[in-house]
Structure formats: C-alpha cells, structure tokens
Ligand binder design. Structure first.
Ligand code: 13P
Ligand code: SF4
Length: 307
C-alpha cells in the first residue's frame, strides 16, 4: 500500500477510534511525523496520564506502553509491534530486586522507568533520565538503591549527596558508543558540541558538553550557539533534532547507535493496530495498583536539567 494511503487510513481511524498516537524520539521518521505527540519517556508518560482519548497507540517499547496502561487502566493501550521490548528493562527480575533490597534495607528504592511493571510495583518511586537527579534529591533517605541502569545511576550519584547502590543493568544500544567513537567524530567536527544521554558509559559522559534526556537535547540544541552537534544516543534523535533546528548539523558518533526494538514500529503497523485494536498491552490489576503510586510520583516530579 502506498504511504499516502496508509497515512490517510490512519487519519480516518484515529478520529473514528478517538485515538491518540504517542511516539518516542527514537522512532523512525515516518512514525514521528504521523504522531500527535513526540517526546521523551517523561513527556510521553505525562501525555498518557492526561489524554482524554479512548485509545492510546504507543509507538515506543513495551515498558512505555505498560506505563501508559498503568496510568490509564480504563483505556485501550496498543503497542503496534508486541516484540518491541527493552533489553535493559529485562535485565532486572523481581527476585533480583528483592535480593538487592534485602542487602540494603535502609535504602529508598528508585526504578528508572525502563523497567518492568513487576519491578515498579516493588519500588518507592520511578524516574526518567529527565528527572532522575531531582527525584533522588527529593527523597528523605541517606541511601538509595537505584535500578536497573548502572550508567544513569553513576551519573545521578555524581549529583546527589546520598549513597547510591546500583544494579548492573545497561542499555546495549548506548553501550555501543565508545569514547574512541566520540573522539574520532570530534576530530572530524572540531567545532561541534557533544551531547550525551546519561545511559552512555561514564567514559562517554565525561567527553560530553551536556548530558541530557532526549527531549532535553531538543531544548539544548536550540539554545546553544554551536551549529553542529555530536549526538551520543539512538539515531532516531537526528530526525527530531533536524526538524526542530533545521539550520544545524547533527551526527552520531557511530553507525551502531540503533535500538532495534524502537525500529520495529512502522506506519503500516500503526495502521494495523488501529484497525484491529491489537496488540493490546494490559497489566495485572494487582501489580498495576502497586506500581501506580511510584509512576505518579515520577510524573509529578518536575524535570530539572541534569547539571
Ligand atoms: P528518554 O526518556 O531520555 O527519552 O530516554 C528513553 C530511553 O529509552 C533511552 O534509551
Ligand atoms: Fe531500551 Fe536502550 Fe532501546 Fe532505550 S535505547 S529502549 S534503553 S534498549
């Protein structure tokens, strides 16, 4: 089917189904361009919590759709490809979380939103990369158990005057970005500023001029005087940044900056999911009820710029 036909059908079904289409900044360009809202995990969670649409089509990965389903249990939440998971979220099982909690009984427990609903059900509060520092600072505890991302946790620990205990998870896509990649790209674009997502390794973060969530990057590239940026995160970000600041140049430091799960969603799959109202993402009500408070605290915490 030609793309124009797919887009027309999506448009009609979006109205008929009273649906909102939410897309993460890492989605392929055609999906970002058809969405009602494109943003980072925090922005998308806020949209999912506030929408009055009956159907949420979540163009992202499983934990994001799951978070929307927990925040809006009476809405239909669709993930156009059910295989779009997040390996980082799958790196922490509940049993391991319980073992870590038992090792650090005095610690408040913070889960990066890139985690399963079952994990969220057992923590005090969730966070995203946009508000992780602020969430951790706000806690009335001297110790924090931070899961599952060791690199985001390391970044947060540098900015929070508390003892952080870290799990061992990480993002395989961001792990592909090496300091050597960044230095080689910097040699090619010596005037460029380096912006990095805090899921990057500490060695990469140390080379960055700014460390930001994906939507934080959008604000930063508009505000900064530089005209070129080395973008240390998933390459879908280049589409978003190119639209927001078309006069500037954006490059990734490596050809491996691709999240294969994010790339599973296509315009055609969005159409199929609107047609069939499948695949639906649901969360066991007992787990959802226990996870909701931790997610709502995250959604209501202001996103401070990582410093
Ligand atoms: P953001 O919340 O910064 O968009 O990041 C989400 C994510 O999965 C990064 O890999
Ligand atoms: Fe998960 Fe990494 Fe993909 Fe983000 S980029 S969804 S953390 S695998």
């Amino acid at each position: 089917m030609p793309t124009s036909e797919i887009l027309q059908r999506i448009e009609r079904l979006r109205r008929e189904r009273s649906a909102v289409i939410l897309a993460h900044n890492y989605q392929v360009g055609e999906v970002q361009d058809l969405a009602d809202f494109v943003g980072d995990s925090l922005g998308l969670s806020r949209q999912a919590a506030a929408t009055d649409a009956d159907v949420i089509v979540f163009c992202g990965v499983h934990f994001m759709a799951e978070t929307a389903a927990i925040l809006s249990p009476h809405k239909t939440v669709l993930l156009p490809d059910p295989h779009a998971g997040c390996p980082m979220a799958d790196m922490l099982e509940v049993e391991e979380l319980r073992r870590l909690k038992a090792l650090h009984p005095a610690a408040a427990v913070v889960a990066y939103v890139n985690s399963t609903a079952a994990v969220k059900a057992e923590v005090d509060v969730c966070c995203t990369s946009a508000n992780a520092i602020e969430v951790c600072r706000s806690l009335d505890a001297d110790e924090i158990l931070f899961v599952p991302d060791k690199w985001l946790g390391t970044w947060v620990a540098r900015h929070v005057d508390k003892k952080l205990h870290l799990a061992s998870g990480y993002c395989p896509t961001h792990a592909w970005i090496t300091p050597q990649d960044v230095l080689a790209t910097k040699a090619q674009y010596p005037e460029a500023a380096v912006i990095a997502h805090p899921e990057c390794s500490t060695e990469v973060v140390d080379l960055a001029d700014m460390v930001l969530s994906t939507s934080g990057m959008v604000g930063a590239v508009k505000a900064r005087p530089e005209t070129a940026f080395i973008v240390c995160t998933e390459e879908g970000m280049l589409h978003r940044l190119g639209k927001e600041a078309p006069e500037k140049t954006f490059v990734t430091p490596s050809s491996h900056c691709v999240c294969p799960n994010m790339k599973l969603i296509t315009a055609e799959k969005v159409l199929w999911s609107l047609q069939d109202l499948e695949p639906r993402i649901t969360v066991d009500p007992e787990i959802a009820d226990r996870a909701r408070g931790a997610i709502e605290r995250m959604v209501n915490t202001l996103d401070g710029s990582p410093t």
